[in-house]
Design a protein around this ligand. Structure first.
Ligand SMILES: *Cc1c(COP(=O)(O)O)cnc(C)c1O
Length: 412
């Protein structure tokens, strides 16, 4: 029988990213945190930067805006070059992911007049599906396997020259399935449509080849794998050659040419800034800056590789220890088809997730009956995976989860 603990220790000893754990605030070493894909941990440098930013507010007052005014672009450039394989000037921090998706989807449809159709998939993140429902003349919904994600063939089948836009998630929020960004984007371009990728679960977890895949548009969160904190602003990406031709629907003063001329008529700048709207949340932007820098420093290649290895280790343990207790893998098995989390199916997943929390392990639950285990590669050790799955086995074997409520809480 495999000695998983010995294996976990060996893998940690060989882990080149191990020193990055010290760059995070970890007040409780006993807590096994497997939910960095929902809300990443707090970097030490962010805590310091936010303290400084608050003092700058106190001392500099309105004069601080001389610096703060370009912060969204500064973060955008770090994301572009250090995280997303894009070019400086193609990414900016702005609003929330949901709002950015709306802005770019409307802009894309306006750039394809006469085409009535938006394509998405039935397992895309709810906010994405609702926003597209709200704005599409006709929404074509690709059927997916909820554990294996959206296939390029299934997308290809619904494409024709009525399609203006295809909007999909790169890493599926529930299963962690990774879509083939290059192949889907190429297929969308063949029919003359634009593609809009949601990178919320990809940014900071996997390689995002925006340039080589010739992606048109993208949006994503900074509070998940980029560790920018609750409610931190999102980012958006528009390929440089498209920027001048796209008009987003919310005409705010942060998109305006010569903003402080306070001109009579909206005249957007010829850059990524035209996709900004209003005053950015400066504290959240500083947190996003630190999170993006930390990811860029570690290197997205190394992060993706470790994330895959953590997932593979969890799957191996689950096969050996959890399958006999009614668990089944609800993610792609192959590492190259997965993002930074692994999902397990169990008919009592909600009760198990509550029992795990009570036992000092934080996963999350996703409908209908999935336990989602996220592995923030910068601070998760293989021994954490070992501890989490060991406790899960103990709970499932003893049946202690059956004492927890069956009714779902407001936040799962
Ligand atoms: C987390 C997530 C969001 C969240 O959007 P908000 O506007 O920040 O609430 C959107 N899309 C996907 C795919 C996500 O995973």
């Amino acid at each position: 029988m495999t000695d998983f603990l010995a294996r976990a220790r060996e893998l940690d000893a060989a882990d080149a990213l191990a020193p990055f754990r010290e760059r995070f605030v970890i007040p409780d070493e006993e807590l096994v945190y497997l939910d960095g894909n929902s809300l990443g941990r707090l970097p030490v440098s962010t805590r310091e930067r936010l303290h400084r930013a608050i003092d700058e507010w106190g001392a500099d007052l309105i004069r601080g805006w001389d610096r703060w005014i370009t912060l969204s672009r500064e973060v955008g450039d770090v994301l572009a070059t250090g995280v997303l394989e894009a070019a400086p000037g193609e990414v900016v921090l702005s609003d929330s992911t949901s709002v950015n998706l709306y802005k770019l989807a409307v802009a894309a449809c306006a750039a394809r007049p006469g085409r009535r159709v938006i394509v998405t998939d039935d397992d895309n993140f709810p906010s994405d599906r609702y926003i597209l429902q709200g704005l599409a003349d006709e929404l074509r919904v690709v059927k997916t396997d909820i554990d294996l994600g959206v296939s390029t063939e299934a997308v290809r089948e619904v494409l024709d020259d009525d399609v203006a836009l295809v909007s999909l998630s790169h890493v599926a929020y529930r299963s962690g399935a990774l879509a083939d960004m290059a192949a889907v984007t190429a297929a969308v371009h063949e029919v003359g449509a634009l593609v809009l990728w949601d990178l919320s679960h990809s940014a900071g977890a996997v390689r995002v080849p925006l340039r080589s895949a010739r992606v048109d548009l993208a949006v994503g969160c900074t509070y998940k794998h980029l560790n920018a904190g609750p409610g931190a602003p999102a980012f958006l990406y528009v390929r440089s050659d498209l920027q001048r031709d796209l008009r987003q629907p919310i005409w705010g003063w942060f998109g305006q040419r010569d903003q402080f001329d306070m001109g009579a008529v909206y005249d957007p700048v010829d850059s990524i800034d035209r996709f900004q709207v209003g005053t950015p949340p400066v504290l959240g932007a500083y947190a996003a800056l630190e999170g993006a820098r930390l990811t860029a420093e570690a290197g997205i290649g190394a992060i993706a590789e470790k994330g895959t290895a953590l997932g593979a280790f969890a799957i191996e343990m689950s096969d050996a220890w959890l399958a006999p207790h009614g668990f089944a893998l609800a993610s792609p098995r192959a590492g190259i088809r997965r993002g930074g989390h692994v999902t397990l199916h169990h008919s009592r997943a909600w009760q198990l997730s509550q029992a795990l929390r009570a036992a000092g392990v934080v996963p999350d639950f996703r409908t209908p009956d999935r336990l989602r285990l996220g592995f923030g590669a910068l601070y998760t050790r293989f021994v954490d995976v070992y501890a989490g799955l060991t406790r899960l086995r103990e709970i499932a074997a003893s049946g202690s989860h059956l004492e927890f409520p069956e009714k779902h809480a407001r936040v799962t």
